[in-house]
Unconditional design. Sequence first.
Length: 231
Amino acid sequence: MTDARSEIHTGTRTGPLTESHTGTRTGPLTESHAGPPTGTLTEPHTEPRTGTRTAQGRGAPVEAQVLPTPTGPLALLAHEGVIVAAGFTADPREMFVRLPSHLQALGLVPVDDLGHPARAVRDYLDGDLKALDEVELTQPGTPKRQRLLKALREVPPGVTISYAELAERAGLPRTAARAAGGACAQNLIAPFVPCHRILPSGGGFGGYYYGTPVKRWLLVHEKAIPQTTLL
């Protein structure tokens, strides 16, 4: 749920991904307030909702829904029922432009309800902290990046680990902390892939694509840190 940063803990929202866009679909983990979409999207690729094929023979468009949360609007983007991007923004296009080109070519349309992913967000906000684990998702990445993303998603609510420990859980040496930081920085699906649960070993919150106040709120909500913890 984070950006393409040049360093582990800080960075900007710009710059291309440095790893290939080959990824695998991630199913639900074995462990385990919604609102109307905001405004009308004006993305040039916008198409009417159809079945599995449009009149031009392309696949179904990417669908978007924006949900209110106590820490700001959360945009969800799904393709054929699978989440491909999510982030704390009121404008789904901010996430859409970070998708691989083959998904951007399908266009983007707003919908009233994405179904299970939206319900999972509501359940998470209501206190079922494992609800997001059951949502199917996919995002691009090399085999090493996929291992890191898998290990990241397996960090349970209420737990925080360091970048070095994340690398270790992915079967990499602890010295691969920078690669772990890159996976967090370029995570497209926050908070379903919970990069907010990774903290610097030296203390503090570190960087977060959507700002440290959002990261702090998520960790307090999950009871990973006391509510009195300062930024």
